[in-house]
Design a protein around this ligand. Structure first.
Ligand SMILES: *[C@@H]1O[C@H](CO)[C@@H](O)[C@H](O)[C@H]1NC(C)=O
Ligand SMILES: *[C@@H]1O[C@H](CO)[C@@H](O)[C@H](O)[C@H]1NC(C)=O
Ligand SMILES: *[C@@H]1O[C@H](CO)[C@@H](O)[C@H](O)[C@H]1NC(C)=O
Length: 409
């Protein structure tokens, strides 16, 4: 799908890039001045996939690219500009130079881990972007949306908000781990990512779970909320993830988790990691039993302190736990009714939308049916129209009428 002009310039470029390649081969390029040309090597590149399995693929790799704040100076080239996967290694620049996207106009995967990037720009065709371990505070998408982006790794950055990352309907894997400035993120932010199956919100400074989703995220199977500061969880908070299988909650400040209706609200859950929290042993014993009775694996770390239940650390300082528990219960009683009303209203909205959709389908079916019978012979049309208009209890009389009609002819 490359424009003809682009193709021609690629050929021109090939003419002089190959000799150039030989010239610069083996030399480390330190770019400071403007107008420098940087060339990548097409090679096997090692990275990790969405399940942290090692993956090796052909990338065109730029090594040792150092740019100051004027990133426009450099021109990024390759022996072929058709390469779809581009990586930077041992490089440093505040943003990916725009000329990269201009020259590699069919780029699908971009690897810029640990490059000191501050601002990340995501172009239309990019499907996978590995941008962990940078200093990214700002992400810009072409036109504020992307229908291509499927995997985005932004772990270990300085994001403060997700406003620019909402309009990504193709998103499947979103890793936001270790962005401590993000704080409380409402799941509603991810509402348009209907294909999202993995969401990593570990260590983002979250203290409470907010779920204002209007529609379920039907594909989400893995949700990581570990190493935050969450104190309280009700399984109801995950009701919008009907396929959730694995939930990570370790390393929070949890002392209370309500799991009464866990199988109804989380029908496919297989494991919940709950260790390294502030559990009181009494509550933990009940919770652990409840989860295990439903066949849910409580994955745990290695508790080495004296007190542990289900091999998860807990504390017998019941005074402390009880006070916090009572405060939480008070808050819950006040907000419970309001919350129930809100949730019922939301469910009512789901149902209403479903109904509207079904009405639409029914209307279409009726229209199609009418259209299809209108091309049939005349007698059959009469038949269809008559029986269609009669209530079911009048079938017999309509049959008689039809016979009368028939006998008149
Ligand atoms: C969001 O995108 C807009 C427009 O592309 C940009 O000006 C702004 O800096 C971005 N904000 C963040 C926080 O990324
Ligand atoms: C993109 O989103 C940002 C943040 O929501 C907003 O400030 C900006 O105006 C948007 N830009 C466009 C082109 O819609
Ligand atoms: C109605 O007919 C059109 C065209 O034949 C078809 O695309 C559509 O799916 C049909 N609608 C239903 C609800 O079957």
């Amino acid at each position: 799908m490359q424009p003809i002009g682009g193709r021609r310039s690629v050929d021109q470029v090939r003419h002089w890039v190959l000799p150039l390649l030989v010239l610069v081969f083996g030399a480390k390029l330190i770019l400071q001045a403007t107008g420098e040309i940087v060339i990548c090597n097409y090679e096997k590149f090692h990275l990790f996939d969405s399940m942290y399995r090692p993956r090796t693929d052909n990338f065109c790799v730029f090594n040792d690219v150092y740019l100051g704040s004027d990133v426009k100076g450099a021109d990024f080239l390759a022996s072929s500009l058709d390469y779809k996967r581009v990586a930077f290694a041992n490089s440093k620049f505040p943003q990916v130079p725009p000329s990269l996207f201009k020259n590699f106009d069919d780029i699908r995967e971009l690897y810029v881990r640990r490059c000191s990037v501050e601002m990340l720009k995501i172009t239309r065709l990019l499907e996978k972007v590995y941008a962990g371990g940078n200093r990214i505070a700002s992400v810009q998408l072409d036109g504020n949306a992307s229908n291509s982006l499927r995997e985005l790794y932004l772990d270990g950055n300085r994001l403060q908000g997700l406003a620019n990352l909402t309009n990504l309907p193709a998103m499947e894997v979103l890793v936001l781990e270790n962005n401590p400035l993000l704080g409380n993120v409402d799941f509603a932010q991810f509402g348009r990512m209907e294909r999202l199956w993995k969401l990593d919100l570990e260590r983002i400074g979250m203290s409470r779970i907010g779920n204002g989703l209007k529609r379920p995220l039907a594909e989400l199977r893995r949700l990581d909320l570990s190493n935050n500061a969450i104190t309280y969880v009700h399984v109801r908070m995950f009701r919008t993830f009907p396929k959730l299988e694995h939930l990570w909650l370790h390393g929070n400040r949890l002392y209370f988790m309500e799991a009464d209706q866990v199988r109804t609200l989380m029908p496919t859950i297989r494991s919940i990691v709950i260790d390294d929290n502030l559990w009181g042993c009494g509550h933990l014993a009940l919770l652990g039993k409840q989860l295990r009775d439903h066949g849910i694996i409580i994955r745990h770390g290695n508790c080495r302190t004296e007190r542990a239940v289900h091999r998860v650390c807990c504390s017998d300082e019941t005074d402390v736990v009880d006070t916090r528990y009572l405060i939480e219960m008070g808050i819950r009683h006040e907000t419970r009714v309001q919350q129930d009303v809100r949730e019922l209203r939301a469910e009512n909205d789901f149902l209403r939308r479903d109904l509207e959709r079904l009405k639409g389908v029914l209307g279409e079916l009726m229209a199609n049916y009418t259209r299809s019978v209108s091309v049939q012979p005349e007698a059959e049309v009469m038949d269809a129209e008559e029986s269609g208009e009669q209530p079911a209890s009048n079938v017999a009389s309509s049959f008689e009428e039809y016979e009368e009609d028939g006998s008149e002819k």
